[in-house]
Design a protein around this ligand. Sequence first.
Ligand SMILES: Cc1cc2nc3c(=O)[nH]c(=O)nc-3n(C[C@H](O)[C@H](O)[C@H](O)COP(=O)(O)OP(=O)(O)OC[C@H]3O[C@@H](n4cnc5c(N)ncnc54)[C@H](O)[C@@H]3O)c2cc1C
Length: 402
Amino acid sequence: MYSNIAIQREIYGSGEHQMVRQALIDFLNQEAIPYQEEWEQQKCAPKSFWQKMGEQGFLCMDIPEQYGGSGFDFSFNAMILEESRRLGIDFGQAVHSDIVAPYILRYGSEEQKQQYLPKMVTGELVGSIGMTEPSVGSDLKALKTVAEDKGDYYLVNGSKTFITNGYVCDFVCCAVRTHKGTPQEGISLLLIDKELAGFTTGQPFEKIGIKYQDTCELFFEDVKVPKSKLLGEEGMGFKYMMSDLPRERVGIAIESLGSALGVLEKTLEYVTERKAFGQAIADFQNTQFKLADCAAEVQVYQAFLDRCTELQVQHKLTTEQASIAKLKATEMHGKIVDECLQLFGGYGFICEYEVARAYAGARVARIYGGTSEIMKLIISRGLFKDFYRAKQQAKRMAAATH
Ligand SMILES: Cc1cc2nc3c(=O)[nH]c(=O)nc-3n(C[C@H](O)[C@H](O)[C@H](O)COP(=O)(O)OP(=O)(O)OC[C@H]3O[C@@H](n4cnc5c(N)ncnc54)[C@H](O)[C@@H]3O)c2cc1C
């Protein structure tokens, strides 16, 4: 079925890509798919599964060999995201491999890289990212968690919410306010280990979808974080977050593509087997047209997202391009799972069916990693950048001549 929908995709065409993809499919069929219901009840995938992913080399694939990784490029990470979601598996590896590890690789000291990266590759350490707070989500500049400078350490007080991997993680890469000044200048990133006194978590939230990707609150009460845990420079946290968000966003877009593809495949199978009025559901022209539309959309997004992946491999993907990818691919995802669910009739509403799970899980893609509205804000700012720059310049010139 897969080859009927997918276009020729050069970016994943190498022998190594094909080998890794097949190994991942075999692994997830054996080690993840049979355990999903159990994990859903526990509201998280167990640490042992993370370690199995690590043993197979599926975590942090683009981390260089000197830090224990395979040294592949981002296209391998992208393939892992897409393929896992195609199979309906989503346990928070994107946050670990595609957000936290790259932050440490890019901004960490040598000591931090040695301490965290090799164990993130093996799954011994699980990372999470702590930006959102109970009163602050989209407007990150307004975050309130404070890290007071106490000489050798920062004294951290505050809380974070909706943190993916928050429950299973061993540390959080946490955005904190280190000093006053402009809201942006005051933000820094700290690597805060779970074992530190005063760092606690809530129970994983009961969510409508992606039920075993654990999401919870983090609380910091007088947590003493050694100065050596500052990531990069003090006051640069906001800039770091903004420059790394394109990767996170294109990753979410790729996950949406994978999930849409998986649901479409399942639906193609289902409609040929299910009968109504003496014929297969696939025989109705309505079914054929709906699925033709879905397959056409998936192929268009494959081409666009493969190009975005290429740009990300070359570190050329812009904030605006990544926002377009996230905005449109997550909308496509929502639309396709909705259309496909309809073709399953009543069974589409039963959680046992993957299409039902995918339907519930798709909703969050338009919220996390920056909402669709924030994506539109970024895209439109890009569109009008030159216009506002020219306007400001004219204003300055007018002021200078008076
Ligand atoms: C399952 C899940 C996992 C998550 N994982 C993480 C994680 O690992 N780490 C982390 O830090 N966060 C995480 N988040 C948080 C997520 O990134 C935020 O929920 C998201 O950024 C939106 O913030 P908010 O919930 O505070 O909504 P708000 O910012 O309160 O927004 C509410 C509504 O107002 C709209 N809005 C806000 N500002 C504007 C504007 N300027 N113009 C127009 N509309 C606007 C929004 O689009 C939205 O529709 C997760 C969330 C979920 C649900």
